[in-house]
Design a protein around this ligand. Sequence first.
Ligand SMILES: C[S@@+](CC[C@H](N)C(=O)[O-])C[C@H]1O[C@@H](n2cnc3c(N)ncnc32)[C@H](O)[C@@H]1O
Length: 280
Amino acid sequence: MLSPDLLHNPAFPRSNAYDPGFVLDGNMGPHPLWLAEWLLEALEQDPDALGPEARVLDLGSGMATSSVFWARETGAHVYAADLWTSVDDAWRRIEQAGQATRVTPIKAEAHALPFAQGFFDAVVSVDSYTYYGADLLYLFYLARFLRPGGRVAIAIPCLVADLEDGRVPAHLLAPQENGAVFWEPECISFRTPAWWRSVFEGCPGVEDVRVDTMPEGWRHWRDYERAAEAAGKNPFPSVAETLDRDQGRTLGFVRILARRTTRSAVNLYDPDLAGKVLRR
Ligand SMILES: C[S@@+](CC[C@H](N)C(=O)[O-])C[C@H]1O[C@@H](n2cnc3c(N)ncnc32)[C@H](O)[C@@H]1O
């Protein structure tokens, strides 16, 4: 039995109400509830953003931990869409968390989302968008699933500033005592807040872009890694040592929010696009 205080963090009071066992049994990376709570705090600045009538897409929802949070905190109906996990695992967790009437797990690939255009009031995503959203064209595709005025809210690891001479700092490449190396090849999609701002501001499908970084984000990340490791619940070797070495000089979390415009685009990921264009 884990201590109920294992993940207690005064910066995230809502997350503190969730069972650490529930969070850690679905562990796939940084604490998904802390990231979701950070997004919710920003979305709530607009009272119309989310509520029991809302339909929310939780994109890259993993083991549906954040999906349960969105449902429980807002009353919205949440579609937990994920690629690598099984819907059976997600559903078991959703049922155990008492959110079976509000959360629907769906196996989905981010470029082939099985939803109607304009279906969602919000698309939220924690620790996932780096795997597909760094494609400059992706956001315009994603925006099609939002109603005009609907929100997109993303929280992901980031570089807090441009890398000097574009080089990855040595301390992110050096093996830790446990043998793990923080900087995996996919970290090339870790970008700065300014970079994400330019991507979002350059997309005609969204407007009203807001970008910021999490205060002490690296510290929260490290502390969660340490807690997960202490509980024996890390699916990968902990990267706490590197985060501690870095002290937030390079790594942190970025939050990006925007609102859908009325502009839409052709679906560039439609495998039959050429056929449709030629048949016109
Ligand atoms: C590091 S895990 C985080 C999962 C979850 N958001 C969390 O915080 O616990 C990244 C998630 O992104 C999802 N993902 C990556 N590429 C994807 C894609 N192309 N389409 C849909 N989901 C994707 C994976 O399935 C995985 O669950």
